[in-house]
Design a protein around this ligand. Sequence first.
Ligand SMILES: Nc1nc2c(ncn2[C@@H]2O[C@H](COP(=O)(O)OP(=O)(O)OP(=O)(O)O)[C@@H](O)[C@H]2O)c(=O)[nH]1
Ligand SMILES: [Mg+2]
Length: 634
Amino acid sequence: MKSFIVGTAGHIDHGKTELIKALTGVDTDRLKEEKERGISIELGFAELDLAGGITAGIVDVPGHEHFIKNMLAGATGFDMVLLTVAADDGVMPQTIEHLAIVDLLGVQEGVVVITKADLADEDMLELVKEDVAEALKGTALADAEVVVTSSRTGQGLDELRQAISKVAERVSLRDSEGFFRIPVDRVFSLKGIGTVITGTLWEGSVADGDEAVIQPAGRKVRVRNIQVHGEDVDQARAGQRVALNLPGISKQEIERGDIIGSLPYLHPSLMLDGYLQLLKTARPLKNRARVRFHHGTREVMARVILLGGREQLAPGEEAYVQYRLESPIVAIYGDRCILRSYSPMTTIGGGVVLDSRPKKHRHHQASILEPLQKRRQGNVPELIVLIIEEKKMPLTRSQLLLLTEIKEGQLEQALAELLSGGKLLQLPGEGQTYYVSPPLLETLLAELVDLTGRLHEANPLKPGVNKEPLRQRMEEDLGGEVFEALIKAAASRGEIEIEAGRLRLPGGGRSLSERELAEKEVIRKTIIEGEFNPPLFKELMQVSGLDKNKLRDLLGILIEEGEIEQLNPEFFLAKGRLGEAEDRIKSFLAQKERLGVADLRDMLGASRKYSIPLLEYFDRKRVTRRDGDYRVSY
Ligand SMILES: Nc1nc2c(ncn2[C@@H]2O[C@H](COP(=O)(O)OP(=O)(O)OP(=O)(O)O)[C@@H](O)[C@H]2O)c(=O)[nH]1
Ligand SMILES: [Mg+2]
């Protein structure tokens, strides 16, 4: 069953509330002040039963220019508008302003209702119709059906119902899949029940027991008890007016303007990039102008940065802009917003949010225009590639979901398309797959290869470069897992070699100069000739005249080559010596019960300085076991 919201719009006193009453029997003016003044102030709500068992949610808005803010909070959820124009009054300022607002909000469908027909004769009606047709030119409602009604006599009401049903067939359905989002329009608390919020379910569906977050505060809540059209339901879906009971939170913790939802990527922003259309009726808009920014049911103050260096926007012009918000807005890519001037409070324009996580752009920065243009074109595959290239790193599905702010289904479809078209490549990571565009992969691999070569050149005695310092030197802040995936890609393409966790260029290895080879030989010989009393590290430094880093590198190479063995950081022996010592100790202990330091000296010629670390080494190796001052068989 289709769910959608029908909203009213039109100048004050043009019969909106009376029309809803005539259609539904509900008087949506509930406030005492509304009754006393005979005008609507707040949003009114009702349900309209249509043919085929369809029930539409009705939102009635106030026409008074002082309450445009309330009108906006209602209009943000409209799927269809009933634009009312009184037959005895014609098109008036708020007719025009409301029309501009619903147009900027992207409301594509509606019916024009000429009300109070009982107060006008045929000639007047004709004039008003012409008036209306003129006002609708160039808007989404230009071809909307026009119905003449009187709430007093009942004229035209059936015709209007039919017109609404007809439009309802065309209204594009909001997406009810998955995560939900509701801009809160009312908050109240009911005795014995607690805090209740109402709003129009913008997207997704919400079920009893669902977890949700109130933004921008980030407060987690659980949804209990959902009502649609005054009845308890287990689940509500996009396009319905809903009331949610939120146990455990007080009325003070949530207000009109907040967004409640389960979308994983809902987040408060103090900057937004967008595309702005300035109304023809507006005054020129200067760069950095301070305006009222409306999104969902919220109004905040903002400055408009005209991007690309424009100093001023003329009426009717359009531009890419950055909004600098004075309080957070919780918007996502593709959302609509409305701008009103600070004073006088009139609607001056609006448009679409293109980036909810933008960097700060300078007024003159022209490079931002192209990516924003791509975002506006809304080609999802292109958007994905754009985001990967903007981030300059391979991204996972969940990162892409977060950054594109599109639906999972859309992402899947676009990824499949991009992969099969060769526009994206997959990089398999440990737990997840990364997606990268071929040009970005080339850039990253070239950087990796270049850095590997340069770092290795700086340390030619090493067999290669360690990963971590490499990762840290990469220009992009790549995580360990994605860096590992990149290394694998480079290795599988033969652009680097990996040995014992170290990277080098193919066939690179270490390169020792003639002199270093000679130095290494001196060290080797010295250690061999030292038998069981070789010079320790410090003495080796003196003998060879090398600094400690160089000596350590050369010793490392000798160990890798199997020429020497290391007992502790100071103590190195020629290969074979340790085996020899082990054999002798074992055969000694096969005949004698215990072995002392003096025995070892006699056996190997090792002085006390060397015997102790040797014995400790064999203890660790579980050849011997310490027993007082002696060693016994393990
Ligand atoms: N004669 C006649 N009067 C009407 C008709 N519809 C509304 N009215 C009167 O017009 C006045 C304004 O009607 P509302 O329905 O409150 O107008 P509104 O558009 O809701 O006004 P706001 O919400 O304040 O913008 C009321 O006094 C109604 O009784 C109609 O069809 N015929
Ligand atoms: Mg009203």
